[in-house]
Design a protein around this ligand. Structure first.
Ligand code: ADP
Ligand code: ZN
Length: 615
């Protein structure tokens, strides 16, 4: 098939009108047979980067993917676009494998998904040679490529073997894809896979469609959770720290009338897999889980993620909350922050046998607390963690929507920073604050810090207030901190400018009398203003279309999003097309889906109109 341009091919196969940032260039480079490394956040649209080239170039594209569930999902979604795709893994029996191999040799398959451990078996290497001579291999795509790296959070030994792939097939271009943010892992991927002068694409890590908020846990956290969940629509994940808590919360929510299932490592594999499938297929609305849940689930329409307990690190929080809104539609991420939980986590950390490990875990905990207690735009703190500068004012986090009042704290900042200087930049924030507040602790006496000129000059402020200042100085780049686990405060040139009165310091303060505003309803309004969500009528139709989608999906035993994603469904509800031609113009409706589902959706829209006339 010939297309005038890549956009036309995109519309034909996937129904989308335009490429997301970077996609076009990646696809072009891949078609030019370059090696490519793609680093894009979750939901960025990585799959398309190897799927579209696979359809446009001769031969078969091999896709290496770590998880069977993920493979099945992607293949299903491709097949539902009328695309020749299949997978070979341990779940496929001998006869069926044979059938699939024949389909490949007959040129009916454009994308073949395989597990890494299978790819390098003797049997499979022979098969590849055969494929090569009969239909050709256009490219090899390595999905979740961070699994090759020991430095990543999800190292898989099977992935290591992929390093020999290049020796077997030096001529086949490779594309590796991951959402990993760290530099070290990226370099490791290039080395391990022996990518040849790869074109590297790193997209920003800001997830624009997510609303971030932190709510202080109140006295009855379950009721608080209930209030939040009541304001949400669509699928959601609730993360808890322990299995016991997962079971408890799931049970309670069930009693309160929600469709909920639990997920944790204490359950049997079968139960876990079942619960996951039922969640993905929208049989239940909510899954309550330990962090064991989520890696490798591909559900793009998760509308909210609530952390009932503290995450382990900012990176964990980013990845876990990031399972919301992969489809680019608005989604909500709420962290419930309880000071008692800090002690629980500290206790767990103390159980770790290794001291270095303890130290790192403690520093990570401190960063999470800083995030939770911070008054700046949540995105500044998150993205800063990945080394990305974000200007703030995102408009879709609690601190930006309900900013706390700014106050001039220049004098306090000078006191704080000069105390850091007087301690020779050898201590952390806790000790500095103790000095400022004139504490009589042993540590202070031991170092003779009660004789410093800054000793006791900050008694007019509470420890909390000083902590807030310290955090703010760090976030504003007016002070530095070591990342070796000891969190030692270090001065930088800006710190000296503050001390020399060359710059003033404004910080957001938490007025203790004003209760923090945390109603998610207004949050919802805030994000809806940004994304321009539609009228009551469209919302009603949207719900009807969801039901139709679920019915069609159940009939084929696939997840509803495979039929149409939420964003496409929403566009259909707003535009309410009357003809197949109009229907086909909607973004997300490709040729195949138009012919398969168009009429049924148009019928549903017509009925909706008639219902409205009756009323
Ligand atoms: P990732 O693997 O990077 O997490 P996916 O490849 O699963 O992301 O894509 C996330 C969602 O975005 C999917 O629902 C996909 O269909 C959608 N998507 C990808 N590219 C586009 C595009 N150009 N226009 C609209 N939607 C897109
Ligand atoms: Zn913000």
């Amino acid at each position: 098939m010939d297309f005038p341009d890549l956009e036309a091919a995109l519309k034909h196969f996937f129904g989308y009108d335009r490429f997301r940032p970077d996609q076009r260039q990646i696809i072009q480079e891949s078609l030019d047979d370059a090696d490519v490394l793609v680093i894009m956040p979750t939901g960025g649209g990585k799959s398309l980067c190897f799927q579209l080239p696979a359809l446009l170039r001769p031969g078969l594209t091999i896709v290496v993917s770590p998880l069977i569930a993920l493979m099945q999902d992607q293949v299903q979604a491709l097949q539902d676009n009328g695309i020749g795709a299949t997978f070979l893994n341990s779940t496929v029996g001998f006869v069926e494998s044979r059938n699939r191999e024949q389909a490949i040799m007959a040129g009916k398959i454009k994308l073949l998904y395989v597990a890494p451990e299978r790819l390098l078996t003797e049997r499979f290497l022979e098969l590849l040679q055969e494929i090569k001579s009969q239909v050709g291999i256009g490219s090899i795509a390595i999905d979740e490529a961070h699994c090759v790296s020991q430095w990543g959070h999800d190292f898989r030994p099977e992935y290591r073997q992929l390093s020999s792939l290049r020796s077997y097939h030096p001529d086949i271009p490779m594309i590796a894809l991951t959402a990993t943010a760290t530099e070290r892992v990226r370099e490791d991927i290039i080395q391990q896979l022996r990518l040849d002068q790869p074109k590297v694409h790193v997209s920003g890590f800001n997830r624009e469609n997510l609303y971030y908020e932190v709510q202080p846990k109140d006295k009855s956290p379950y009721n608080q959770l209930l209030r939040i969940v009541n304001q949400q629509e669509g699928s959601g994940i609730i993360y808890c720290l322990s299995r016991k808590r997962v079971d408890e919360i799931a049970e309670k929510l069930n009693q309160d009338g929600f469709e909920v299932l639990p997920y944790h490592a204490g359950m049997s594999d079968v139960d876990r897999a079942n619960n996951q499938t039922r969640f993905i297929r929208d049989d239940v609305q909510i899954i309550v889980a330990t962090v064991a849940f989520g890696m490798g689930i591909n559900k793009p329409d998760v509308r909210f993620v609530i952390h009932y307990d503290l995450p382990h690190s900012i990176e964990n929080y980013y990845q876990e909350s990031g399972r919301a809104g992969r489809d680019g539609e608005p989604a909500y991420c709420t962290l419930l922050f309880g000071t008692n939980d800090i002690r629980t986590v500290e206790f767990l950390i103390d159980q770790k046998p290794d001291e270095a490990e303890q130290r790192i875990a403690k520093q990570q905990l401190r960063q999470v607390i800083n995030y939770a207690e911070g008054n700046e735009c949540r995105r500044i703190i998150q993205l800063n963690y990945f080394g990305e500068k974000f200007p703030g004012n995102c408009g879709t986090c609690d601190n930006c929507c309900y900013p706390k009042p700014l106050e001039d704290w220049t004098i306090e900042a000078q006191k704080f920073l000069s105390c850091v200087a007087r301690c020779q930049e050898k201590f952390g924030a806790g000790h500095i604050i103790d000095i400022l507040r004139g504490s009589q602790s042993d540590k202070i006496k031991k170092y003779g810090h009660d004789r410093l000129s800054t000793y006791g000059i900050g008694q007019d402020r509470t420890t909390q207030e000083w902590r807030n200042l310290g955090r703010s100085l760090l976030h504003q780049g007016l002070l530095d901190i070591t990342t070796d686990g000891y969190a030692i405060l270090k001065l930088n040139p800006l710190s000296w400018e503050v001390m020399r009165k060359q710059i003033t310091v404004q910080i957001a303060v938490n007025p203790s009398t004003v209760k923090q505003k945390t109603s998610s309803k207004t949050n919802r309004q805030a994000i809806q203003e940004v994304t321009n969500v539609n009228s009551v009528d469209a919302e009603m139709l949207f719900q009807k279309l969801r039901k139709l989608r679920k019915k069609l999906a159940d009939a084929q035993a696939v997840p509803p999003y495979v039929i149409f994603g939420d964003s496409t469904l929403r566009k259909i509800a707003i535009e309410q097309p009357r003809t197949l031609e109009e229907f086909g113009k909607i973004s997300g409706v490709g040729e195949y889906k138009l012919s398969h589902y168009g009429n049924q959706f148009i019928e549903e829209i017509k009925n909706h109109r008639l219902d409205n006339l009756d009323n």
